[in-house]
Design a protein around this ligand. Structure first.
Ligand code: ATP
Ligand code: LTN
Length: 332
């Protein structure tokens, strides 16, 4: 059976972009492969985080994984920092990764530009991500378009090490949905930027937004000039983005949507879109509330970490041995 690994950062409220670009596909994949889904808390702290918020968001994200349809009996759900092998392999891999290739990463350049004090953790971000993936002998990594470059680096690191030491790591393949299938959902306030949970509140729909907030954000979403509803990424980036969201939430083809609304203006299109988004998120929000009983998510994460650790350990030991590290001695 193929192995699948992916992670999401507990760096804010999960957005509709995260759901359509990533989580929705995780849910489908759990029936087709052996899946590991991780809450990557160590990635989140590459930029400043409020400790209390990070703590709460880690639980929230784990609950949203399950509420979105991941079944902890089928998929392994765990928190990255609970499995120390991630940090350890990250160090080992960093010794086979060049500063030049890290500083060329788009995400590093973009996120690094914002702050004055850029942490070295932010530069190392893709190495930790490679460790996440390589530890599980991963075949495929479902991610949104923005992670393509990081995945390519993970592959390069794995290939470099395999070339040097003989086969150690499986080289993972990215699994990126087509653009019209949600690979890159754009911001509601700026259709040239991706919808991100670290963006400003009106730019994204959070998975836990109440119906009236969803409707309000969609009503306020920027549109393009004219009043026709049709798909044209270049000339109508805002409407095209809203159409993709509509299509994914309703299950209807883009052409069907364009035919229905034609030149009737954006008003009815937006209010119907809001209804489809609300209905898509409703079951997730209901399940999320059920998961809030004390102890439920903790038990899922305890079991997930134990399962993940047993797999990760084998890969880590294999690599340690290849590079000549002496195994730890036991006294008895
Ligand atoms: P941050 O704003 O903190 O960088 P993010 O919203 O970009 O966070 P991540 O945790 O980095 O979210 O990403 C989780 C998953 O969701 C990844 O697979 C990523 O590719 C995907 N993803 C994030 N934003 C979008 C988007 N706008 N459209 C499609 N997929 C997305
Ligand atoms: N960088 C990813 C999150 C992430 C990830 C991973 C995704 C961390 N480790 C391993 C896939 C596989 C992001 O979405 N920003």
């Amino acid at each position: 059976m193929k192995r699948v690994f992916s992670g999401v950062q507990p760096s804010g409220e999960l957005t509709l972009g995260n759901y359509l670009g990533a989580l929705r596909n995780f849910v489908r994949l759990q029936h087709e492969a052996e899946c590991f889904f991780c809450v990557v808390d160590l990635h989140a702290i590459t930029v400043p985080q409020d400790p209390a918020q990070l703590n709460r968001r880690t639980f929230d994200l784990a609950k949203l994984y399950v509420a979105s349809g991941l079944d902890p009996k089928i998929a392994t759900i765990f928190v990255q920092s609970h499995v120390p092998a991630h940090s350890e392999l990250s160090w080992l891999l960093s010794c086979f990764t060049y500063i030049g290739e890290l500083s060329r990463m788009t995400q590093f350049k973009e996120k690094g530009r914002k702050g004055e004090n850029v942490s070295s953790g932010l530069l190392m971000y893709p190495v930790l991500m490679a460790a996440d993936i390589l530890l599980y002998d991963t075949d495929a990594v479902p991610v949104g378009e923005d992670q393509k470059q990081h995945l390519e680096l993970s592959r390069n690191i794995a290939e470099r090490i395999n070339h040097h030491f003989g086969p150690v790591f499986r080289v993972p393949e990215p699994l990126i949905p087509p653009k019209k299938a949600g690979a890159r959902i754009m911001s509601l306030t700026d259709p040239t930027a991706k919808m991100a949970k670290s963006g400003e509140a009106n730019s994204y729909i959070a998975l836990l937004d109440p119906p009236e907030v969803i409707a309000k954000k969609i009503r306020a979403a920027v549109t393009d000039s004219g009043r026709e509803v049709y798909y044209d990424e270049v000339n109508k980036p805002a409407i095209s983005n809203l159409m993709v969201i509509y299509s994914l939430c309703s299950g209807e083809a883009l052409e069907t949507i364009a035919e229905r609304y034609g030149s009737s203006g954006y008003g009815r299109f937006k209010s119907d879109l809001a209804e489809h988004v609300i209905q898509t998120l409703k079951p997730i929000q209901e399940r999320y509330r059920e998961l809030s009983e004390p102890g439920v998510i903790e038990a899922i994460l305890a079991e997930g970490a134990a399962k993940a650790e047993s797999v990760a350990k084998v890969t880590l030991d294999r690599f340690r041995q290849k590079i000549g590290l002496v195994p730890r001695f036991n006294l008895d």
